[in-house]
Write a protein that binds this ligand. Structure first.
Ligand code: GRG
Length: 286
């Protein structure tokens, strides 16, 4: 059952994160632990399921899952800063710069990012697999991936004309898609297998995730989401919903789920949890 597998992934990645951060102390370590609490753990789940399909040991998968959740957590901490999205609530808790201060939030993000790379470089896997995971993670999180997407998003706020569908798709492929894509294919990379099918699955899933996020921003319940909603509409930003219309955005998200599931056909029923995850991504309320 998907929900059991997701709950299991949440428990496992929390255990792994606790272990990785256990030796650290001081304010930044406290803020790192605070930041790495909660969340759906979708990226961790994708790593674990991909790893299972490729016969990678759960211990190794759990470490890789902790690494991606730390990169994701860093991005949320920095995104919440006043110089970026300026949010005071995340996962139902005060954001790091509210709970501590801005310098702590910047340093917490920095420390989470470097620790993630340390964890990947120390995985119990071949040198080739570790190197491939480190370099694909660097690319996904960096100037051609998530950072690029975030920069395009910030630039869009002051652009004279709203972004086109092609531009929004490129922005989201970086901002949200790149880490989801890395998570989807990490198991195959760890096993030194061909990651193409998992990558295609994760690319469609990432886009569906973002469309669902835009829908949630309008139709969601802020109390359930644990964060401020209606942000894009308030900022007058172009989104998949504003460009396609609500009904077409929902239809497109459904098409992407079918596409994501089709990409998993080489794995047969073994990939049922990943297929259910694709449906979950567009049905979620947080
Ligand atoms: C600061 C370089 C840099 C990048 C920030 C993550 C991000 C890029 C921005 C967050 C803003 C946002 C709402 C993006 C949309 C998609 C997204 C990443 C949502 C949060 O991910 P979830 O829903 O969060 O998986 P949980 O809390 O469940 O882990």
């Amino acid at each position: 059952m998907f929900q059991d597998a997701l709950t299991d992934a949440q428990t496992r990645v929390q255990h792994s994160l606790d272990g990785v951060m256990h030796p650290l102390d001081g304010v930044i370590a406290d803020a790192m632990r605070y930041t790495c609490t909660g969340g759906k753990r979708l990226r961790a789940f994708l790593v674990m399921e991909g790893a299972r399909l490729h016969g990678v040991s759960p211990q190794v998968a759990d470490q890789a899952a902790a690494a991606i959740e730390m990169i994701h957590a860093y991005s949320l901490v920095h995104d919440d800063l006043p110089c970026m999205d300026n949010d005071d609530l995340r996962r139902g808790m005060p954001t790091v710069h509210i709970q501590w201060d801005e310098a702590t939030a910047v340093l917490t993000g920095d420390a989470l990012q470097t620790l993630a790379f340390e964890v990947l470089s120390n995985l119990e896997a071949s040198a080739q697999a570790r190197l491939a995971l480190v370099s694909t993670m660097a690319k996904a999180a960096g100037a051609e991936g998530m950072v690029l997407g975030q920069a395009l998003d910030i630039a869009a706020e002051s652009a004279e004309t709203p972004l086109t569908l092609a531009e929004i798709t490129r922005l989201q492929a970086g901002k949200t898609g790149a880490l989801i894509e890395w998570s989807g294919q990490a198991g195959a990379i760890l096993a030194e297998a061909d990651p193409t099918s998992l990558r295609q699955y994760a690319q469609a899933l990432g886009l569906a995730f973002q469309i669902a996020d835009d829908i949630l921003d309008i139709e969601g319940d802020a109390a359930k989401a644990g964060k401020r909603l209606q942000k894009d509409a308030d900022a007058g930003k172009a989104t998949f919903v504003s460009l396609l219309g609500m009904d077409a955005a929902k239809a497109r998200a459904k098409e992407l789920v079918v596409q994501a599931c089709d990409a998993l056909s080489p794995y047969g029923d073994g990939a049922n949890n990943l297929k259910a995850a694709a449906r979950f991504v567009i049905d979620r309320d947080t």
